[in-house]
Write a protein that binds this ligand. Structure first.
Ligand code: GLU
Ligand code: ZN
Length: 477
């Protein structure tokens, strides 16, 4: 049977980078096996969930290039895929459990439970309060506010073999009669997730290990419903550099922030896949390679620590290498960043001609847009220091003469331009360094750029000559 996997976000914000890692493992396995990747929105908590957050999460998935086969927007045969639309399903199944004596209504009020908790605390400050089962054997069902609790077996234990953590056994006595449905009829996570994983035919649940403690409760529910449980794989955590829970205090944690910083999506996926998975010493993977290499046998238990610098290096590697980010992809990815600088109609061909000259150095697409700016801005922005240093009175006639001699170069290629410029310089008794920086500032407005003659080729003859002449004018004034 082809595996069916899922990612089940609670839409109360953005897509957290740790959530993206969890989604990635599920997605990779689905893609490598020809299986199905389901997106299920766990939005029963109306106060915390929002449609904007759902949108932000889906956008982040689209940007990362992780497509989902069933779920919001695409639908599928196991819908609805929003838990808020599945309440009647949970209700009916919970009523069945109550009828069969596997769950019960608990009428204890919050005040009563708080009082019991206080009493326990007074006796033993360290003890954890466990619901004493007051309503467990109640037979009446008055029409009063109540929660629904699971009647956890008092004997035996719940066992499973985790694909990452191995055999795990939890004595049932350690489990209290946990709440399935709140007073307001709101189904709690363990109930809704179990029912949905079953009804959506999920074969493997892979999620972060902070959920490992929920798994015994979910398994008790599978047993109570008489359902075959899926397999489980709990994944190590992505921690802060100090080893605590990774949060905004440490770094950017939303996927969107990395997009806005100009990281390429594969750079993000490549960095986060290493939290829990490794493949020998190989650090850098393209998407297809990753799909082919991924497997549960290489998923380890060790938590990882987030490292901004490492992340930035991996992202850069993806931008730099043409086998990882094709020229077409680079051009379309950098466009929004050029737009943001007001460069809204950049010709495609010139953009693609300019990119090879800058991609060796641009660590992000934000850098890339900055490095590409002068090719497309007319006139280029002029750096004051560069102007003062290099557009000197002495430089003016040189720039004019250089423009003159380059005006007739055929073809307008870097080699031909260089040969002509060298020849001209010799005749003048000059060397390259006597005019190269002035020419660079005239052409780019800056004192650093890719090789001069490459810049000229990207600019084309007309703009090269115009900029050299404009540089000469500026140098005179
Ligand atoms: N909505 C849960 C969460 O975001 C899903 C956990 C699970 O994968 O079962 O943590
Ligand atoms: Zn009770």
């Amino acid at each position: 049977m082809k595996p069916r996997l899922r990612f089940a976000p609670s839409p109360s914000g953005y897509l957290h980078i740790g959530g993206a890692r969890t989604a990635l493992f599920n997605w990779l396995w689905a893609r490598s096996q020809g299986g199905t990747f389901v997106m299920r929105v766990e939005d029963t908590d109306q106060e915390r969930s929002s449609i904007e957050s759902v949108r932000a999460i889906l956008d982040a998935f689209r940007w990362l290039g992780m497509d989902w086969d069933e779920g919001p927007e695409v639908g599928g045969p196991h819908g609805p895929y929003f838990q808020s639309e599945r309440k009647p399903i949970y209700k009916e199944l919970v009523e069945g459990l109550i009828r069969e004596g596997k769950a019960y209504r608990c009428y204890c009020t919050k005040e009563e439970l708080d009082r019991q908790r206080e009493q326990l605390k007074a006796r033993n400050p360290k003890a954890a309060f466990v619901y004493p089962g007051t309503c467990r054997d109640r037979t009446d069902q008055p029409d009063l506010p109540h929660v629904v609790r699971f009647k956890t077996p008092r004997e035996g234990s719940t066992e499973f073999v985790d694909k990452v953590f191995g055999a795990i056994s939890t004595p049932n006595a350690a489990q209290q009669d946990f709440v399935l449905v709140r007073t307001d009829g709101y189904p709690l996570y363990n109930l809704a997730a179990t029912i949905d994983d079953h009804l959506m035919d999920i074969t493997l649940v892979a999620r972060a290990r902070d959920h490992i403690g929920n798994t015994p409760q979910q398994l008790l529910l599978y047993r109570a419903f008489g359902w075959e449980p899926p397999e489980f794989a709990h994944l190590p955590m992505m921690l802060s550099p100090q080893g605590d829970k990774l949060s905004k205090r440490h770094t950017a944690v939303s996927v969107q922030e990395y997009r806005d910083r100009g990281f390429p999506p594969m750079g993000v996926l490549n960095y986060i896949v290493r939290f829990g998975w490794s493949f020998g010493d190989q650090e850098i993977f393209g998407k297809q390679q990753l799909i082919e290499a991924f497997g549960w046998d290489r998923v380890g238990k060790g938590d990882g620590k987030f490292d901004d610098k490492k992340f930035a290096d991996v992202a850069f590697e993806h931008l730099k290498r043409e086998d990882l980010t094709s020229l077409d992809e680079y051009a379309s990815s950098v466009k929004p960043f050029l737009d943001a600088r007001g460069l809204t109609d950049v010709p495609e061909a010139a953009l693609k001609a300019a990119i090879p000259g800058i991609r060796e150095r641009a660590r992000t697409l934000v850098d890339a847009a900055n490095d590409l700016d002068y090719y497309f801005r007319e006139p280029p922005e002029l750096d004051d220091k560069a102007r003062q240093k290099f557009l000197t009175k002495e430089a003016a006639p040189r720039l004019e003469a250089l423009a003159e001699t380059l005006s007739t170069v055929e073809p307008f290629t870097a080699d031909a331009l260089e040969a002509r410029a060298k020849h001209w310089a010799e005749q003048q008794g000059l060397s390259m360094k006597d005019f190269a920086q002035a020419a660079r500032v005239a052409l780019s407005g800056r004192s650093a750029s890719p090789p001069l003659f490459d810049v000229m080729v990207v600019l084309g003859r007309e703009r090269t000559l115009a900029r050299l002449r404009r540089g000469a004018e500026l140098a005179k004034s």
